[in-house]
Write a protein that binds this ligand. Structure first.
Ligand code: NAD
Length: 384
């Protein structure tokens, strides 16, 4: 057995811990590049808090999922202002934007040189500038991952900037920050978290440490996602989802993902569709087709047992089998009102090109079994 775990130097978890960010940032520098979303967080003005802590603040707002031009703009502003520490406060879009800026602050040249798939994929050489990542959604786990997902509008694809050198220095996970997330976003981000726990658990590169995190995370997400969706102020449910998201991030960064994320990369680049909503819709179909493919092609009993165990964790029933997990996931999609992919403009004519791109996506390589074009086509057609 071999595995390799990389995480931030510190992970601070708990309600109210966002108040510690100014002191943490001050350990790394005096001029903060503060990346935020365009929404207001009740009771927290991070720019004011940083200034009150004696720091200079340069603000940068991120409206959508990050793109190459947005990152280029951010790097130019951060460099121009001489920022020496980056703080990201927002959903995965904001956290990823801050992560890419922190990486490029210490590694010269253009983003394109380092970008996977559409760029030159050159490795980063220098450790990223100190980055304090503070998520406000419970979904991506990006505060602990080594990649930043960036859209290339020109290529109509999303690709990652990826290196262990860009893992945030500190992750501050304060579940209270997620209480203002509206139900639809709670559903899509929460399903992203659940997917990022199930895919690493059944994937080809699972290891005992990520398994332990996945078991705990799946249990918590399964019991609390419907509650957080029904009542955003349910702090217990928000706390469970924040744990699930954090554990999913560590798991995906240190094991791998699978076909759901293999599809999500091209779909997110070709259509205006929130990442979590795409993952949510694909998850049960991928789960079902993977089980069938493993059974048909004589996979090891261990690979199939993992799906049974995932089903037991989801349903809370120790005697559950993989099939019960599929039914549970279909029901959850209905309860959370997850829309079919046609809502984002996907039609049957798009299937061949999405399948061709998905096959090349880095996440697809960790899927528990290599799926055929027919199987990938079936998944996507059913999800549309
Ligand atoms: P998001 O960051 O795009 O946020 C979704 C919406 O919620 C936005 O409108 C945002 O303004 C709003 N929002 C965020 N926090 C809020 C709050 N507390 N209160 C009210 N509104 C709030 O969505 P996301 O799902 O968190 O992130 C998606 C991005 O993350 C995608 O680009 C995806 O590709 C990427 N991603 C990255 C990783 C990684 O490891 N780097 C993993 C998965 C996904």
């Amino acid at each position: 057995m071999q595995f390799d775990i990389a995480t931030p130097q510190r992970i601070l978890f708990g309600p109210g811990r966002a108040r510690e960010v100014p002191a943490l940032a001050a350990q790394f520098g005096g001029r903060v590049f503060l990346v935020t979303g365009e929404f207001e967080l009740p009771g927290l003005d991070m720019a004011l808090a940083l200034e009150a802590g004696g720091l200079e603040v340069v603000r940068f707002a991120v409206k959508d999922e990050p793109s190459i031009p947005l990152i280029a703009d951010g790097v130019e502003r951060a460099r121009g202002a001489g920022c020496d520490v980056v703080v990201g406060l927002g959903g995965g879009s904001v956290i990823d934007a801050g992560k890419a800026v922190s990486a490029l602050l210490t590694n010269g040249g253009e983003l394109f040189a380092y970008l996977e798939v559409v760029g030159q994929g050159r490795p980063l050489v220098n450790t990223a500038a100190p980055y304090v990542a503070v998520p406000t959604t419970a979904g991506t786990g990006s505060e602990v991952t080594r990649n930043s997902v960036i859209a290339s509008p020109e290529h109509r694809v999303k690709a990652s900037l990826r290196s262990p050198l860009m893992i945030p220095r500190v992750a501050v996970v304060d579940p209270d920050l997620t209480c203002s997330v509206p139900p639809e976003v709670t559903a899509s981000t929460g399903m992203d978290a659940l997917t990022q726990l199930i895919e690493p658990f059944v994937c080809a590169r699972a290891n005992p440490m990520t398994d332990a995190l996945c078991r705990e995370g799946i249990r918590r997400a399964a019991r609390s996602l419907p509650r957080a969706y029904a009542d955003g102020r349910d702090r217990g449910a928000r706390e469970d989802m924040a744990v699930a998201s954090l554990f999913g991030g560590i798991a995906l960064a240190n094991a791998g993902l699978g076909a759901v994320h293999g599809f999500a990369a091209p779909i997110g680049g070709m259509f205006r569709a929130p990442h979590g909503a795409v993952c949510a819709r694909l998850l049960p179909f991928v789960f079902e087709v993977n089980i069938r493919a493993l059974a048909r092609r004589g996979a090891s009993a261990d690979a199939l047992r993992r799906f049974d165990e995932a089903a037991a964790l989801l349903t809370g029933d120790q005697s559950a089998a993989a099939h019960d997990g599929i039914q549970w996931l279909y029901r959850l999609l209905g309860d959370l009102c997850v829309a079919p992919l046609s809502r984002f403009g996907l039609v049957s004519a798009d299937v061949p090109s999405v399948v061709a791109h998905a096959r090349k996506a880095s996440s697809m390589k960790a899927n528990p079994i290599e799926l055929t074009d027919e199987e990938l086509t079936e998944i996507l057609t059913r999800a549309i």
